[in-house]
Design a binder for this molecule. Structure first.
Ligand code: KIV
Length: 272
């Protein structure tokens, strides 16, 4: 089935908020390079996130913490060059916005100037309010990220479901309202109970995009490598796999090795 191919208008923050108002679910997926971003955009994705999950899936780090602003800008530039329709968001990496709001603004401006992305995403609520306000004052669209915030993994100590207890749930609701009030155009809700996510989505007018947050939110986001089955070892309950690319690529590479070793490749028609 082709999706949205007849609607080639660029996705904007205004259109995303309108989609929520109409009850149209928002599709969002990560991408980190030109070729994959091109396929994902042409397939009709609404939002492409240049996530700091690049630290894991592209650079092989255990957490998202080591990735740098320069590295995120490199990935962002590659993705933006490929995209015509989707809204492109770039994650501000760990350590580039939490310290002070001036540094946060400088980081966001670098992302926007050097990648030509449409907006930035960052993690946290009240703790990063000043940083978000300063970035918004410069006219840069900001998406928040609450619940499981992987940049704080050393504080949490685990990637299990967040906000199961009343106090943490109350803080999440408060933070979500705060992010809407100060002007964020949307929020990613990661790995929180579906009931809580649905409640937040119903209380707010900006879109809530869930990952492991159930179906009561306004859209869904997944990491591309996970949903395409490139990461074989990662199988959380929330993940639906749409392909088994690990097996496809592994098999193709083994066939190529076999053909080279047996001198079957190249044949008569594959040479000059
Ligand atoms: O970096 C990322 O891929 C993300 C998604 C998990 C939402 O932030």
């Amino acid at each position: 089935m082709s999706v949205h191919l007849e609607d080639t208008r660029k996705v904007t923050t205004h259109r995303l908020i309108e989609m929520k108002r109409r009850g149209e679910k928002i599709s969002m997926l990560t991408a980190y390079d030109y070729s994959m971003a091109s396929i994902i955009d042409q397939a009709g994705m609404d939002v492409i996130l240049v996530g700091d999950s690049a630290s894991n899936v592209m650079a092989g780090n255990v957490t998202t913490l080591p990735i740098t602003l320069d590295q995120m800008i490199y990935h962002g530039k590659s993705v933006v060059k490929a995209v015509k329709r989707a809204f492109v968001l770039v994650d501000l990496p760990f350590g580039t916005y939490q310290g002070n709001s001036k540094e946060a603004l400088a980081s966001a401006i670098r992302v926007m100037k050097e990648t030509h992305a449409d907006g930035i995403k960052l993690e946290g609520g009240a703790e990063v309010k000043e940083s978000i306000e300063r970035i918004l004052c410069a006219g840069i669209p900001v998406m928040g990220h609450l619940g499981l915030t992987p940049q704080s993994i050393n504080k949490f100590g685990t990637y299990t479901v967040r906000a199961k207890e009343e106090r943490e749930a109350a803080k999440l609701i408060e933070d979500a309202h705060l992010l809407e009030e100060i002007g964020c155009f949307g929020i990613v809700l990661e790995k929180i109970p579906a009931k809580l996510a649905a409640q937040v989505a119903s209380e707010l007018t900006i879109p809530m995009i869930g990952i492991g947050a159930g179906g009561g939110v306004d859209g869904q986001v997944l990491v591309m490598h996970d949903m395409l089955g490139i990461n074989k070892g990662f199988s959380p309950r929330f993940l639906r796999r749409y392909a088994d690319l690990y097996d496809v690529i592994h098999g193709a590479v083994q066939s190529y090795i076999r053909d080279v070793k047996s001198a079957d490749f190249p044949n008569e028609s594959e040479q000059y």
